[in-house]
Design a protein around this ligand. Structure first.
Ligand SMILES: Nc1ncnc2c1ncn2[C@@H]1O[C@H](COP(=O)(O)OP(=O)(O)OP(=O)(O)O)[C@@H](O)[C@H]1O
Ligand SMILES: [Mg+2]
Length: 241
């Protein structure tokens, strides 16, 4: 049987041969859906380390409400016999392409380097030379918290400007590099232009970050979401209910 361990081994050897990393590295986090490692980068990349996110084989079954996130994705024509394999790839490809788009637009996300099988190589986000912590675990002064919320809302606005809704945004999927928030974890992102009902996902993203970073403003989060949405798309009456 081909296990997650075999897959990881193959991905790491592939990346070593392709000249992205020089060794498999150490685990930063072993999550339910993916393992993220810090690997020594090949000198040609000009950085010391990169992050390697490898999805588990089982992970794709765990994505909540598959259908919600699959709607509007462009499905390439492939042999239907390979549907499961293809669905698996879709999540990895979505994360990689979204990172490419957002990074090119100057939004603070890890710079993506390459995707190979179920693995993505991206910039290793650090804070004071260490792995950057999740925003959830960072203590900020009230002033910094307000600024960080402002920056996250600006990033949400800029992402929507690229037609992208994160779809699972929270202080667990935002890292803090000591100065600024860096948004991560995009496999479930949706394209606002092709998804038939992206607004509830968008609003939930906004509501969650406002609730965590400015609880006193939580009651006004729906209004903030509508205002941001209205900068790019039409706000319909039903969205406000
Ligand atoms: N580019 C990166 N640089 C540094 N650390 C990272 C990077 N990407 C991910 N991490 C670390 O790995 C963790 C998990 O990453 P991510 O949120 O993308 O995966 P996940 O599928 O949500 O995993 P989990 O099931 O653990 O939530 C992050 O919380 C962070 O600690
Ligand atoms: Mg995550």
């Amino acid at each position: 049987m081909y296990t997650d361990h075999d897959r990881f081994h193959d991905i790491a050897s592939g990346l070593i041969s392709a000249g992205y990393i020089t060794a498999p590295g150490r685990v930063i986090k072993h999550g339910k859906e993916a393992a993220v490692l810090c690997c020594p980068a090949h000198p040609s990349l000009g950085v010391e380390h990169v992050a390697l996110k490898v999805y588990r084989d089982q992970s794709f079954r765990n994505f909540r409400n598959d259908a919600t996130y699959l709607r509007g994705k462009v499905w390439k024509r492939r042999d239907l016999g390979h549907l499961k394999a293809f669905k698996d790839e879709l999540w990895v490809e979505t994360e990689f392409r979204v990172l490419e788009t957002l990074h090119a637009a100057g939004i603070r996300v890890p710079r993506p380097y390459t995707q190979i099988d179920h693995g993505i190589v991206m910039e290793h986000v650090t804070a004071a030379g260490d792995d950057a912590p999740m925003l959830k675990h960072v203590r900020l002064s009230p002033e910094d918290r307000r600024r960080v919320l402002e920056e996250v809302l600006e990033a949400i606005d800029a992402m929507l400007g690229c037609g992208i809704v994160h779809g699972d945004l929270s202080v667990f999927n935002i890292l803090y590099d000591g100065a600024h928030p860096v948004i991560i974890d995009f496999p479930q992102a949706v394209y606002a232009n092709t998804h038939d009902d992206p607004y509830p996902l968008f609003r939930r993203d906004v509501e969650r970050v406002v609730a965590s970073l400015a609880p006193a403003q939580a009651a006004g989060a729906a209004e903030i979401a509508a205002e941001l949405w209205g900068r790019h798309y039409v706000v319909e009456a039903r969205m406000m209910s």
